[in-house]
Design a protein around this ligand. Sequence first.
Ligand code: CP
Length: 301
Amino acid sequence: MTHRFRDLLALEPLSADELTFLLDQSKPFQEIQKHPLKKLATLRGKTVALAFFESSTRTRISFGTAASRLGADIMNLQAEASSLKKGESLLDTVHTLNAMKPDCLVVRHAASGAADFVARHLDIPVINAGDGTHEHPSQGLLDALTIRDRRGKINNWNVTILGDIRHSRVARSDIHLLGKFGCRLTLCGPAMWVPRELEQIAPQAAIRRVFNVEEALDGADVVIVLHPGPMNRGIEISPEVADGPQSCVLEQVTNGIAVRMALLFLLCAGHDEEGTHPSSEAQQPVNRRATDVKDPSHASR
Ligand code: CP
């Protein structure tokens, strides 16, 4: 089944079918990362606006590289050197970018709900590249793709999320996604970072809280290590774990480009034309008139 997405603001409102579709769409783009020549012409003539109001290494470069490898032009807001410094508002800034006619806007902002706010005011697709402590949907997807590649599937695993979960938008996206696939989630960290209300954030997910690592990992059949970055080595993760054989950290980064190419393809390749998947093995028409998808722009925060 194909699905149509206007925006990608959160994983919470998406179904397991929709999430599987997004992961499957990323597969051919993973193959393209292995080619010596990685550039496609799929989005030639399109423009992707990157509006990062908060610092980023991976997500910003990954979306930019994904757009470039699809042949799109990039409009890049440098927040530190922009008129934000003169007091221009978020809304005036994104209206200004939109007036230059990009086909899609990727936004990161320190405020939860900022991406949803922007999407409600623009007439182009908006992708949330991380908003406050709310969600980081492309990171959730690349995490799931990495787990699926390493373990063959994402259904029904026991997954432990360690750290400052209270303030982690990545943890929220992961919980929403993995909960839809029947994973049982153990949230582990100091009590102040794993508050009781987290047990309720994804009603479909079985969530427990524990406060020491030994208990969190008790009974694990296999351990793989994911980290969204940036890593604070020696503070939150030891070099032995970050660089050990179970670490998938750099696979996550590579997979991020594939996921973001798929998202840009699905959202930008045309509300005005039928798109075909750039992989010759997967010439699947994208049904842009399908109505079987909830509009993620209405995601609650
Ligand atoms: N994973 C992630 O969001 O990293 P950046 O903050 O470097 O983009």
